[in-house]
Design a protein. Structure first.
Lengths: 303, 654
């Protein structure tokens, strides 16, 4: 079986289409991030989160109203896979007291079943600040290291292209999470595991970009007479089959994680699905055009 | 195939190494499968027969994270602000102000409380001297000490407080009886506690957060004690129908006890002396008169108290009994019974020793249960200084304690009235030392002699110091996963790995034919290598870690895809199969390396900033990259060389 064998698409000449798509997605993402913002998980916001068991057959709305009565505030309640419900409380207080209040409120409302806490996740405000800081350092650090490595191995133009693609990918993925906040049937809150997913997207997108760049580097020496645009277009086409195959296998596994990986990994694997698609797209339509544009500027200023 | 000898050797070496590290995990899986299929009685028997071996296998197999096996992960913070408050001798408005701002800043920025406090104080009082708050002769902080010196001193105190906190937490956790707990320091002021399999959240929280206090207690009269212990044993003498049920479960505990009695007696000869240079009269050998093994084996199985604890009456020390760490919580439970409480001499509370009194050959530790007077004679505040010293003549380690005037006065009275009796140093209801009072001690300078090792001496000093300053621990983060959620996660992870693997394998065969099969062999090897690396480095497998493995399955084939597509391209230019393969591997190497090294860097960054389960993800991601580089560049090449050069096969790249 062969996919995109001897591909010869005019990708670089038509890069404006990519600019329009990316521009639109970026605009929507940034708009949503600025207006709606992100739903931060308790890792970064602090608070308490409980998973209650033995409630699978109960309606989420009923669970929420039972807790609203007891806590005098509306807690966040979500279905949690086959286990039961996830309850987020923003009220501050002693962990044990809160746990007991959740359990007794639910057992009073829905008698005859043994509703119990399955898991607890508590993050204090100071710890949350630390985690947030760590996450920001991690993402910035990753971008910096990537920039430096590619500068050493390739050239600064390539570095800029790669980092532009990474920023593009992470911004759009964040944007999608912002748009979906409150709409998606699974948790799209930003927590630690999502930071791990973002960095994986950074790694994956980079992987794709580097493969194209590697070919560009090779062809620059091979086809000395050809225009740079042509060389980049030729490189993308030559690696297109590999790009698609790797994206496919990766997409297969992250989709499996999304479907079978359980509730805990749902948001994480969703981010990866989005990231793989965008990362593949960006290595062709963002990273490569960036080096082409940079090259034009350079040639113009040289002339 | 000539010239591939080294590569083949390397491959066999790595696979062998991984096999070696993975073997216990496989054994563990097999054993738990076997035990699950056994009837209850047989299982208990099997477990007892192979206790040592099972423990060994379990300890060397791949660790599962708390999110998979269930348990509690608690991050505690030592309240340094409170510590500074306790250390300060005078607290004026400037001090209070600086401390408040510092605590707030520490909450919002990445700065320690001590650092923030010094900075705040200096910013508000440019000419102010910190030494005016923290004068301390013992630590050489005088009126003239510079702010830097004071800061260093405070940092040192904060550090000690965290060390003490760890010690306190360790003892409390041991007392609770958790298997394989992990207690680690994190950063400047935090302690991370991991308790696998624990589900009683409320009790653990109380246990970890309660304030600790150092106290000095007198102890029960050993003669009185013998009778009490006898009555307790009689109380737990079971009725006829109980005995049959209990006998089974406890036979083995007693067997282990028996084994341990052979190990040797216990030396307990610490003594308390006034620090006037007088020679301690040598430690007494004690504890050799243990219960006869045969005796306990006969009566033990029927009696639930005897099954958990070996009574040790008639000692010179007021010892109620001795029990293994695994049984201490059971003993506590049995002694909770109100009627049993009444059997103890009035005002007496049973307390465990902090350090094990003996260790069996298979590493089980036993502790003494001592009868201590509940009402403390003195509290830790009176201790102004404690240090390890060495005897000038014998060079034996000893602990030197200095008390303040109030403490010294009361100590004088207590020691005068109790010469020949023991006094116990208690922290958190745990006895750290119970030396014999040798003489009346006036003037507040006391020595504990007859210690076994320098380590014992410094442990006691740590306890004395921690008692001087109260270390407050706060839970700042807690993650608890119940066993059923853990099981569900494990199952979900397992299904994902298998499904991901099968689909990718099928896809590769469909797409690349023969070469796809080779890539699949590499992929399988890859999985073995990843698990081997995890097991070999003692890493912990978490749910995000499993996600990392699944992701690696998808991304690991990338290196093969790069090579294969290049081979196809080379074939299209008319090269022979052999030449195409050579060119394919050579030409794609730089792309493979660049792509993987950058991703590896990302993994390193994730590892350094991530916490808990995320670290597990980073580890598997990095292990996956190393493994896939190895299999794609070396292993598949060996296979192709063999097929094409040795066997002259026509390999299809699809």
């Amino acid at each position: 079986m062969r996919l995109f064998e001897n591909a010869d698409y005019s990708l670089i000449p038509n890069r404006r289409i990519g600019y329009i798509i990316s521009g639109t997605l970026l605009a929507i993402s940034i708009l949503s991030l600025l207006t709606k913002g992100l739903a931060l998980g308790i890792d970064f916001r602090g608070g308490m989160e409980f998973v209650v068991g033995n409630t699978t057959d109960l309606n989420t709305v009923d669970v929420r109203s039972a807790l609203t009565e007891s806590f005098e505030e509306e807690p966040e309640v979500k279905r949690f896979g086959d286990v039961g419900h996830l309850v987020r409380i923003s009220k501050k207080g002693d962990i044990t007291t809160m746990e007991n209040q959740v359990v007794s409120a639910l057992n009073a409302q829905f008698s005859g079943r043994d509703i119990a806490i399955e898991s607890t996740n508590v993050v204090g405000p100071r710890f949350a600040e630390d985690l947030k800081r760590g996450a920001i350092y991690a993402v910035l650090g990753a971008l910096l290291v990537v920039f430096l490595y590619i500068m050493v191995r390739f050239e600064w133009r390539y570095s800029l292209g790669a980092v532009a693609a990474l920023v593009h990918d992470v911004t759009i993925t964040l944007g999608i999470f912002s748009v979906l906040a409150g709409i998606a049937p699974f948790s799209v809150q930003i927590d630690q595991s999502l930071i791990a997913a973002f960095l994986t997207i950074v790694g994956y997108s980079l992987n794709d970009t580097v493969v194209v760049f590697d070919r560009v580097r090779e062809y620059v020496n091979l086809f000395k007479t050809e225009a740079f645009d042509e060389i980049v277009n030729r490189s993308i086409n030559a690696t297109l089959s590999r790009t698609v195959v790797t994206s496919l296998t990766t997409l297969i596994v992250v989709t499996i994680l999304f479907v079978f990986g359980g509730e805990v990994l749902r948001g994480f694997s969703f981010a990866l699905i989005v990231g793989v698609v965008i990362g593949t797209y960006s290595s062709i339509f963002v990273a490569s055009p960036t080096i082409v544009e940079l090259n034009r500027r350079l040639e113009k200023s040289a002339a | 195939m000539q010239g591939n000898g080294f590569k083949v050797g390397l491959t066999i070496f790595f696979v062998g190494l991984c096999g070696f590290y993975l073997f216990p995990s496989v054994q563990n899986l097999y054993v738990s499968y076997k035990m699950n299929n056994m009837p209850e009685e047989e299982r208990v028997e099997y477990r007892e027969d192979n206790r040592q071996w099972l423990q060994q296998v379990d300890a060397s197999s791949l660790n599962l994270g708390l999110d998979l096996q269930g348990g509690m992960h608690v991050t505690l913070e030592v309240e340094i602000g409170n510590l500074l408050n306790q250390l300060a001798v005078n607290k004026d408005e400037a001090f209070q102000q600086a401390l408040r701002t510092a605590e707030q800043r520490a909450e919002e920025e990445n700065v320690s409380v001590v650092e923030a406090f010094v900075e705040e104080f200096e910013a508000e009082n440019p000419d102010g001297r910190l030494s005016r708050y923290f004068r301390n002769q013992g630590e050489d902080i005088t009126r003239r000490s510079s702010n830097d010196e004071v800061q260093e001193y405070l940092q040192g105190q904060a550090d000690t407080a965290v060390q003490n906190g760890i010690q306190v937490v360790r003892n409390r956790v041991n007392q609770y009886g958790v298997t394989e707990p992990s207690i680690q320091r994190q950063g400047d002021e935090r302690i991370v506690v991991e308790l696998p399999g624990v589900s009683d959240r409320e009790r653990v929280r109380d246990l970890l957060e309660s304030a600790s206090q150092l106290t000095f207690h007198l102890m029960a009269n050993p003669q009185q004690l013998g009778e009490s212990v006898q009555r307790m044993i009689e109380y737990y003498e079971p009725t006829a129908e109980d005995s049959a049920r209990i006998a089974e479960a406890q036979a083995a505990d007693t067997a282990a006890m028996e084994a341990s009695t052979d190990t040797s007696g216990v030396t307990e000869g610490t003594e308390l002396a006034a620090s006037s240079g007088q020679e301690a009269s040598g430690g007494q050998q004690q504890g050799t008169a243990l219960t006869e093994p045969g005796e306990s084996a006969q009566t033990g199985p029927q009696n639930s108290l005897l099954a958990a604890m070996q009574p040790m009456p008639g000692q010179e020390q007021p010892i109620i009994g001795r029990a293994f760490a695994s049984d201490t919580s059971r003993v506590n439970e049995l002694l909770q019974d109100p009627s049993v409480q009444n059997m103890l001499p009035p005002g007496i509370e049973p307390m465990w020793t902090a350090s094990p009194v003996l260790t069996t050959e298979d590493g089980r530790e036993a502790f003494h249960l001592l009868a201590v007077r509940a009402e403390p004679e003195l509290t830790g505040e009176v201790v102004t200084e404690a240090s390890v010293q060495f005897d000038r003549q014998t060079n034996e380690p000893k602990v030197s304690i200095t008390m303040n005037s109030d403490g010294a006065r009361r100590w004088d009275r207590i020691t005068a009235a109790n010469i020949g009796n023991r006094v116990s140093i208690v922290l958190d209801d745990i006895v750290y030392s119970s030396p014999n009072i040798q003489s009346r001690i006036s003037g507040g300078r006391t020595e504990i002699t007859g210690l076994e090792s320098r380590q014992e001496a410094s442990d006691i000093v740590t306890v004395l110091q921690s008692g001087r300053l109260q270390t407050d621990l706060n839970i700042i983060s807690e993650r608890t996963v119940g066993p059923s959620l853990g099981e569900e996660s494990t199952r979900a992870g397992f299904i994902s790995v298998v499904a991901g693997f099968l689909l990718v394998v099928l896809f590769m065969i469909m797409y690349y034919r023969t070469a796809g099969v080779v890539a699949d062999i590499a992929l399988l090897l890859n999985l073995i290598l990843i698990m081997g690396i995890l097991a070999g480095f003692g890493a912990t497998l978490t749910l995000p870690g499993i996600a990392g493995i699944v992701l690696t399955i998808g991304m690991a084939v990338d290196a093969n895809v790069l090579v294969y597509d290049r081979v196809r391209e080379e074939q299209a230019t008319g090269k022979t199969l052999r030449a195409a393969i050579n060119a394919g591997y050579e030409q794609s190497l730089s792309a493979i390396l660049d792509a993987n090294i950058t991703t590896f860097f990302v993994g390193v960054i994730l590892y350094s900033f991530g916490v808990g389960p995320i670290k597990g993800f980073a580890v598997t991601l990095m292990a996956g990259i190393l493994a896939s580089l190895f299999t794609a560049i070396i292993v598949t090449r060996i296979i192709f060389d063999y097929m094409v050069e040795d066997r002259r096969m026509q390999v299809s790249y699809g």
